[in-house]
Ligand binder design. Sequence first.
Ligand SMILES: Cc1cc2nc3c(=O)[nH]c(=O)nc-3n(C[C@H](O)[C@H](O)[C@H](O)COP(=O)(O)OP(=O)(O)OC[C@H]3O[C@@H](n4cnc5c(N)ncnc54)[C@H](O)[C@@H]3O)c2cc1C
Ligand code: SF4
Length: 330
Amino acid sequence: MKPFAYVRAGSVEEATDAFAAHPGARYLGGGTNLVDLMKLGVEAPAALVDVTRLPLDAVEELPDGSLQVGATVRNSDLAAHPVVRDRYPALSQALLAGASGQLRNAATTGGNLLQRTRCPYFQDRSKPCNKREPGSGCGALEGVHRDHAVLGHSDQCIATNPSDMAVALAALDARVELTGPDGSRSVPAADFHRLPGMHPERDTEILPGELITGVLLPAATAGLPSAYRKARDRASYAFALASVAVVLDVGDGVVERAGIAFGALAHRPWRARRAEDALIGAAPTTAAFEHALDLELAAAEPLRDNAFKVPLARRIALDVLSRLAPPATT
Ligand SMILES: Cc1cc2nc3c(=O)[nH]c(=O)nc-3n(C[C@H](O)[C@H](O)[C@H](O)COP(=O)(O)OP(=O)(O)OC[C@H]3O[C@@H](n4cnc5c(N)ncnc54)[C@H](O)[C@@H]3O)c2cc1C
Ligand code: SF4
């Protein structure tokens, strides 16, 4: 392993200053992804700026009814938080569907959002990968790609985003809060991750040196029926083949609000805007759900070996939508 400097930051300012002072630095959360990638030689930071001692480890209810989650809140703590379980069940369920208890005890909110793809070619330095080494090619295109994208991919990269938590945040209209050299800003969680296009080396909209300081869960989706469903090869401790987070609000017999996001289908959590638009104002029937999902998934372009993901995603989404709809409407 390449030698690297280690800096433990005590404040957000100390962290961003240390990052700026060490070209080639990386922020360090729980280390469950970054340290693995360092061992594989995929990441070789010149310095690690440890952010786990920053005062960003609280989950706080704000006066407007939103919920502020600090970037260093551990995945286990967030999943178990009573307000999250009660008002944003899809988020709690998504977190608990990810990794293992030990990993969730270490993993942070910020680190989870920025975990890298599990594409095996990305993790293997002997293979071509445009994300790891722009211009080197994509080993997965003609190689093993059963787990890869069916939506929004490009001829440069067909990887998927592996985070379960990010899918729930996208459906719940959460925002990602950032602080960097040019100040603070927030980005909708649904727009935080990018599609690969010609630049798969960029996973997200984060700018160099920016630190994730937290996530804001809005009052607008607090308490609405929501759920997360994940399909995978094993019952636990496996990444998704397809997953879905749904928020569904039905009033006066029609859908008033729908948030649907798919996981493991694309380079980012896939917010199903076409399906949502089709559902608004419709009665929440099985036929309406099927129609909406078919509209959305018509955009899918499966690869040689992963066409199964499209009907799988449709089935789990249909099941979640039907369960969230009030009884006797479907
Ligand atoms: C065996 C195994 C199985 C797993 N299964 C799943 C699964 O099923 N579902 C799932 O969703 N995940 C899964 N994971 C991934 C796991 O959730 C992530 O490794 C974890 O969430 C990353 O969080 P961390 O705090 O350890 O991040 P780190 O490893 O510390 O960091 C990850 C990245 O985020 C950056 N970073 C960290 N904090 C910040 C910050 N505040 N601001 C800016 N940048 C930051 C780092 O520089 C790094 O690039 C699995 C991991 C393993 C090892
Ligand atoms: S799919 Fe993306 S991450 Fe995987 S090898 Fe191709 S370029 Fe690399």
